[in-house]
Design a protein around this ligand. Sequence first.
Ligand SMILES: [Zn+2]
Length: 274
Amino acid sequence: MLSGGLQKMAAVPGADSVGTVEYRLRVGEHEVGLNARIGMPLSLEWHGEIACTNCGRNTRKSFGQGHCYPCFKRLARCDMCIVKPELCHYFQGTCREPEWGEASCFTPHVVYLANSSGLKVGITRKTQLPTRWLDQGAIQGLPILEVATRQQAGFAEVLLKEAVSDRTNWRAMLKGDVAMLDLYAERDRLLAQFAPRLDALRDTHGGDAIRRLDARAQAFTYPVRTFPTKVVSHNLDKTPKIEGVLLGIKGQYLMLDTGVINLRKFTGYQVSVA
Ligand SMILES: [Zn+2]
C-alpha cells in the first residue's frame, strides 16, 4: 500500500525491441514500476483531501491540474498564455513571474507533429521530448521546427492549426486502433503549404528564430494487454474508491477492466494505492 499525493506518472521509452513505454506510478515520496502490475488487481482510494502541488495547502477543489485557487491565479505556469503561447504578454511587463517566464518560455521550443488519435500539431520545450508525446499517448512523434521562444512556437502553431488539429481525441486514443502515419510526408506537405507565412514570421523575429528541423521520427508502443471497446471513465470526485484489473497504460491513463482513469487530472489528490 502506497499513500500520498498523486503525481503524473513517469514515462520513458523502453529498451526492448518495440520501445514499450515504461511507466512508474508516483504517489507522495513513493515511485513504483507499473508495467509489471498489468493483469493484476489495482485499487486507488482518495481520502477527500487535495494538497496544492505548489504550496502544499489543502484545497477543496483542484485548479489547473493540482493547484489551490490563489496559486492558480498567481503562478505564470497557470496563466492562459501557457496554453495559448501566442498570447504571451511578457513584453507588456505583465508576466505574472518574469523570472520564471525568462527561464521557461525564453528557451528553445519545438513545434512537432504527433499521432495520438490521428495527426496533431503541438509545441513544447525542447527538453520535454519525448515525455510530452508519451503523456499524450502518441504512437509517433516528429519535431518539425525549432524556435527561440514559447511565443514564437505559438505563432507557428496557430498557422499550422488551420490545417491540423492540436487536440487528442482521448477516447479514440484509448481504443488503440490508431493507424500509423507518414509523418515525414505530413511535415513536408505542411511546411510547403505554410512556407510563405512561416517566412513572414521569420522576417518578424529574425532569420534563425524559426528553423526547420530534419529530425528522425520516433514510434512508441504502450503496455496494453487489452484495449477497451467502450471507454468509461472513473472520476475520484464522484467515486473515491476505484478498483479493477489493470489492463494497460497509455498516455496518463490507467485502463482497468472497470473503466479508465486520467491520473493527471487528479494531481495532488491524497490517495492510497494497493
Ligand atoms: Zn497553492
